[in-house]
Design a protein around this ligand. Structure first.
Ligand code: PLP
Length: 387
């Protein structure tokens, strides 16, 4: 019988684990075998056949059960990257002739896939203002099949009206999809709010150690099964060894994200008061324009923040030269703090006008707060800002 657990901390450790344990193994063994033996009568049947690309070796199924439990969802599947999860899910939900409503300011890879590849599949889209649900109906078409939002959008940490997205989807018979990477299941569990599919770059908080690339699709069992069949064709399967690392990393999600929530809020408050900083984007700050929505939806405000330097691009460059603890690198969600200048990295392909429209100045610095002592990070920032 499948065991169920009341609290997310216990689910992280025990949900989905083989019961009884495989040969008593406390840690999930790695089934590093491309294929599994079939019976000699050849009667295994396609769906019984275990093969890494078919996403059904024990490392996949155990991890899928754990991730589904974390978001109180029906099912989950892991994928080779966050982009494999996003592209496979979109191509499963949408077909030739369909239309998508997608929030402005999504992850660059998602935006680029929708903007540059959709036309080749005969799929169209419209961009919506995630914070203004009243404006969505005007963009609805008879062919609209899905609405796509992000829990917290990079790099200005905006929060869409997530509850309105679910209501809108239900009202108009759409599939509701959310990229929940920035919030992680610690801060937001989309299925509890009625989302059909939650997508993750597990490269980030889920694994949390900046040492692998992986993704996940979590949600309604019928849709996850369709994604699985499509993933079998498209081939974005996660290798068992990477499954093992993700499985090991995710067990400490609660410890990491709780610390990161508290630490990022303290750092945001420090930066907000500092004269070298013009303004801070962090939904946990009371004065932030997204604070009310974030407080309604999230259990914590996350470990990501960004801030505009008073001295613009030059001051941002100098800050990154002077900080010692945060590593200057893109990506996010791991134990090591990271810093980057979005105008030069994640959003460099946007025109200066497009960047200005979504609030990305050349002096905007993004920080992914790790699990170092908050005081040490603040001391380091203080020294670098005042140098
Ligand atoms: N979604 C978000 C919000 C991201 O930040 C990223 C990567 O930065 C992705 C998806 C893509 O994930 P991956 O790099 O694992 O393919």
């Amino acid at each position: 019988m499948e065991r169920t657990f009341a609290h997310i901390e216990t689910k992280l450790v025990h949900a989905g684990e083989p019961h009884p344990r495989l040969l008593g193994a406390v840690a999930m063994p790695i089934f590093q075998t491309a294929m599994f033996e079939t019976r000699s009568d050849g009667d295994a049947g396609y769906h019984d056949l275990r093969y890494i690309r078919l996403n059904n070796v024990p490392n996949h199924t155990v991890l899928g059960a754990k991730l589904a439990a974390l978001e109180n969802a029906e099912a989950a599947i892991v994928t080779a990257s966050g982009m494999a999860a996003i592209t496979t899910a979109l191509l499963t939900v949408l077909k030739n002739g369909d239309h998508l409503l997608i929030q402005d300011c999504t992850y660059g890879g998602t935006h680029s896939f929708v903007a540059h590849e959709f036309a080749r599949y005969g799929i169209s889209y419209d961009i919506i203002d995630g914070a203004d649900p009243d404006s969505w109906k005007a963009k609805l078409r008879s062919t609209t099949r899905a609405i796509y939002v992000e829990a917290i959008a990079n790099p200005v940490m905006s929060v869409s009206d997530l509850a309105a997205a679910v209501d809108f989807a239900k009202q108009h018979g759409l599939v509701s999809m959310i990229d929940n990477t920035f919030a992680s299941p610690m801060n937001f569990r989309p299925a509890e709010w009625g989302f059909d599919l939650s997508l993750h770059s597990c490269t980030k908080y889920m694994n949390g150690h900046n040492d692998l690339v992986a993704g996940a699709v979590i949600g309604r069992a019928d849709l996850v099964e369709q994604v699985r069949l499509n993933l079998n064709h498209l081939g974005g399967s996660l290798d068992p060894h990477a499954c093992y690392l993700l499985h090991r990393g995710v067990k400490t999600l609660a410890l990491r994200v709780r610390h990161q929530n508290v630490s990022a809020l303290a750092i945001a408050r420090f930066l907000d008061e500092h004269p070298a900083v013009a303004s801070v984007n962090y939904p946990g700050l009371i004065g932030n324009e997204h604070h009310a929505r974030a407080a309604e939806f999230f259990d914590g405000f996350g470990g990501m923040l960004s801030f505009h330097m008073e001295g613009g691009a030059r001051a941002a460059d100098r800050l990154l030269e002077r900080v010692d603890l945060p590593v200057v690198a893109p990506s996010l969600g791991g134990v090591d703090s990271l810093m980057t200048i979005p105008a030069k990295t994640s959003h460099r392909l946007l025109s200066p006008e497009e960047r200005a429209r979504i609030g990305i100045s050349d002096g905007l610095v993004r920080m992914s707060v790790g699990i170092e002592a908050t005081e040490d990070l603040i001391d380091d920032l203080k020294r670098a800002l005042e140098a």
